[in-house]
Design a protein around this ligand. Structure first.
Ligand SMILES: NC(=O)C1=CN([C@@H]2O[C@H](COP(=O)(O)OP(=O)(O)OC[C@H]3O[C@@H](n4cnc5c(N)ncnc54)[C@H](OP(=O)(O)O)[C@@H]3O)[C@@H](O)[C@H]2O)C=CC1
Ligand SMILES: O=C1OC[C@@H](O)[C@H](O)[C@H]1O
Length: 384
């Protein structure tokens, strides 16, 4: 009997925190999330530190001992047994690392934020086109069934015309005690700061419920008004608030991010609703942490409100996540490769670039510039 199961073979580039979380999610049986058409296999990992580090990483993740451990990213990209490479380095490194993979003809899933600026993102897309390979920014939240369910509710017009989306992802941290100035969260040499690390999720919610739901031919980049406050020790942004106005209906998206105060005073994800999608017939509130949403509430406008005869009932919906939830973006990669797609419909190249351009403009307005070396499009540069 011929099996319809499509297996995708992963190489993991870098061995830090999120590489470990992602790899462990890859090893969860897809049947636990009702995915019976694809399968993931982790065949190699590379560390820029040493092959021992890569081997330890594979072992700690529980990857079968047949997987290869490489001492450099350059060795990883030449492995013919790898279908796709997951890049899990700091933002500063994404352009150089992704370009290394693409130039070698490898398909790529690259952690958010895609690059440090839109110019770098455009070049990566151009190379993916030339090489005929798959490229996707790893904004995992986009692939949650809960998000797709909400997009379908909004698209059906259940809450009426969407007029405004509020979205926040903020930490409540004591930066000095919990990070220190060298940490990638605040280190300018690693393109630290809240905009690229957390604000990208706030922007994701705004874009996926306004921009993404418009017909592709009608999508236009938003007008940007923003404010940034800097962390005095490193010059990165520690608080950023953005108001986006989307043509053609002047819909507003308010995206905020902060390292000092969170939407939930204790940053547990139990209080408040960081996401509010507001339509003329009612609104949707999403609770939990914005990068890993588990619950939403549909709230109709009162049927007595003139002009707002909502046709739905108030309802709270909770989704269980059988793991961290990063496997859904991995499943998307597998299906795209199987179907010969070079980009994902969940987050296409054009949308990733418009979001990078939005972040460029926010940084221009806020006066935040990363070191020239990591904003450069020159390739290759030493030390990556
Ligand atoms: N999707 C999500 O939920 C999350 C996404 N992220 C994203 O993932 C990326 C990595 O974050 P995270 O795993 O937390 O970071 P870590 O600092 O934990 O790991 C980064 C890894 O990158 C490699 N690396 C290569 N060069 C450098 C360098 N100069 N400085 C530091 N590390 C370097 C190292 O691996 P090695 O030594 O093996 O080469 C290191 O372990 C970022 O883009 C971040 O935004 C982060 C957290 C959650
Ligand atoms: O992508 C992310 O999501 C979770 C956060 O804790 C992390 O800092 C960020 O990089």
């Amino acid at each position: 009997m011929v099996s319809n199961l499509y297996t995708i073979r992963w190489g993991i580039l870098a061995t830090g925190g999120i590489a470990q979380t992602f790899t462990k999610d890859l090893l969860i049986d897809p049947a636990t999330r009702n995915a019976t058409d694809i399968r993931h296999s982790v065949v190699a990992a590379a560390s820029s530190t040493s092959s021992d580090r890569a081997a330890k990483f594979l072992q700690e993740c529980g990857v079968p001992s047949t997987a290869k451990a490489y001492a450099s990213y350059k060795e990883l990209v030449t492995d013919p047994d790898i279908d796709i490479i997951y890049i899990a380095t700091p933002h500063s490194h994404h352009y150089q690392n992704a370009r290394l993979c693409l130039e070698a003809g490898k398909n790529v899933l690259c952690e958010k934020a895609f690059t440090t600026n839109a110019a770098q993102a455009k070049i990566l897309v151009q190379i993916a086109k030339e090489k005929g390979v798959f490229l996707m920014e790893a904004v995992w939240t986009r692939y949650f069934p809960l998000v797709k369910e909400l997009q379908s509710i909004v698209q059906k017009g259940t809450i009426g015309d969407v007029k405004r989306v509020f979205a926040d992802l903020s930490y409540k941290k004591d930066v000095e005690k919990e990070f220190g100035p060298e940490h990638r969260m605040v280190n300018m040499d690693l393109a630290g700061g809240v905009l690229l690390d957390l604000g990208i999720y706030s922007l994701t919610w705004v874009f996926q419920f306004i921009y993404h739901l418009q017909p592709p031919s009608q999508r236009q980049a938003p007008i940007v008004a923003s404010s940034m406050t800097k962390y005095e020790k490193t010059g990165c942004d520690e608080m950023t608030s953005i108001i986006l106005t989307f043509p053609p209906n002047n819909t507003h998206g308010i995206a905020t991010t902060n390292i000092r105060v969170s939407h939930d005073p204790d940053y547990q994800g139990t209080a408040g609703a960081p996401i509010r999608i507001q339509g003329t017939l009612g609104e949707i509130q999403v609770t939990g942490l914005s990068f890993r949403p588990t619950t939403y509430t549909l709230i109709p406008a009162s049927s007595t409100t003139p002009g707002s005869p909502a046709t739905f009932k108030q309802e709270i919906v909770t989704h269980e996540i059988p793991g961290r939830g990063m496997f859904w973006e991995a499943d998307e990669c597998a299906r795209c490769l199987r179907d010969g797609k070079k980009e994902s419909e969940g987050l296409g190249w054009e949308e990733s670039i418009v979001i990078m351009e939005t972040m460029d403009e926010v940084r221009r307005q806020g006066g935040v510039k990363y070191p020239e070396r990591i904003e450069s499009t020159e390739y290759p540069l030493e030390g990556f």
